[in-house]
Design a protein around this ligand. Structure first.
Ligand SMILES: [Zn+2]
Length: 353
């Protein structure tokens, strides 16, 4: 029903110049610690992370008929590199904080053969691109289940989403010694090289748990850590309605308490109720846009990738959190013009249904 899309992809996307300083988050995502000053943002090219069917077909052919041969790897094309988040290497930690109504969907812990394919179809149906943080041990191995999930991982990228590391075995990194923590990260890189042809550049530490020691390790390997500010507690409940209710509460509280009107939503693609909750959240944002349009306010803009939250490093200390996303005014207002036009059409159509 939203196939005409509330999602705008018309603009060449551009750099973010953030000017406000934000706090860091240690151990849990919602903890805000004293801020660390950062220098001004740099321009950053805004990519569309599409991967062609041709590349994947070529890559599949290159694997030959013996699909059990684990030594064969993909050579990542430029398009695949975009799906691996190469554009977001060496960035400050993303917290999701933003005073703008910018929304990025992210999904953790997958892929799962029972739920991820349906989610991919639902994302396609409404034209949303997301970031998936994969648990590498789920996509490596020779049994049919693992092979299936390895293919789903590739399908995620083929459909234009971005994949990042959620470590090898989903262990809380601050609880591990240096060697074991590093293993979780480098083993994931090995798996990604085999499955996609290269390493990931975005990482979400399991549970959002990090520490100065872990921050430094990830920093030195060029990772950009992506946290979130809009959780929905989907790992604690078992219905989409419960997830939606929690999300709405968090969403509204963020605005009241932190003046954050958008941000990074975190769900898990491993639960069927989360797949349904995505639709509820998306529909809610679309309904809100109808109301916001009639009031002449900024509309919710569901963005394709992390560009709006990304800030490259210069001389910051490891673990420095990016200032709240403050996109270039021209880009934002240009997107709003298209969004308003599209929303006007969609909301009018809805009144005749
Ligand atoms: Zn997780």
């Amino acid at each position: 029903m939203y196939a005409n899309g509330a999602i705008l992809r018309f603009f060449a996307r551009a750099a973010l110049c953030a000017s406000v300083v934000a706090g860091g988050a240690l151990l849990v995502d919602s903890t805000r610690s004293p801020s660390i000053a950062t220098s001004a943002g740099r321009d950053h090219p805004y990519f569309s992370p599409q991967i062609s069917d041709k590349h994947l077909n070529d890559a599949r052919r290159s694997q030959g008929s013996d699909s059990s041969n684990k030594e064969l790897v993909f050579n990542a094309s430029d398009e695949t590199e975009l799906g691996l988040g190469r554009a977001y290497k060496n960035g400050l930690v993303m917290s999701g904080a933003t005073p703008h109504r910018i929304i990025l969907f992210t999904f953790d812990d997958g892929p799962d053969r029972r739920t991820t394919p349906l989610l991919l179809d639902r994302l396609d149906a409404v034209g949303v691109k997301a970031v998936f943080f994969l648990v590498a041990s789920r996509i490596i191995g020779s049994n049919p289940l693992e092979r299936q999930q390895e293919n789903i991982a590739r399908e995620i990228v083929r459909r234009g989403h971005i994949v990042g590391s959620h470590t090898y075995e989903h262990l809380q990194l601050p609880l591990l010694d240096n060697e074991k923590a590093l293993y979780q990260v480098t083993e994931t890189e090995k798996v990604f090289r085999k499955v996609f042809g290269n390493r990931p550049w975005l990482i979400r530490p399991p549970g959002g748990a990090h520490s100065p020691r872990i921050d430094e390790m990830l920093w030195n390997r060029g990772y950009t850590t992506m946290l979130w500010n809009l959780g929905a507690g989907d790992f604690q409940v078992s219905t989409a309605e419960q997830v939606f209710k929690t999300w709405r509460r968090v969403f509204e509280r963020r605005e009241v308490e932190n003046r954050e009107r958008g941000g990074i939503i975190m769900l898990h693609d491993t639960y069927p109720w989360s797949v349904d909750a995505f639709q509820l959240i998306f529909s809610d944002l679309m309904d809100r846009n109808c109301q916001l349009l009639s009031r002449g306010e900024e509309l919710f803009d569901i963005v394709d990738d992390p560009s709006f939250f990304f800030q490259a490093r210069s001389n910051e200390l490891s673990g420095t959190v990016s200032p709240p996303a403050a996109p270039d005014r021209n880009i934002l207002s240009g997107r709003q013009v298209h969004l308003r036009r599209e929303t006007a059409e969609r909301c009018r159509l809805n009144t005749f249904q």
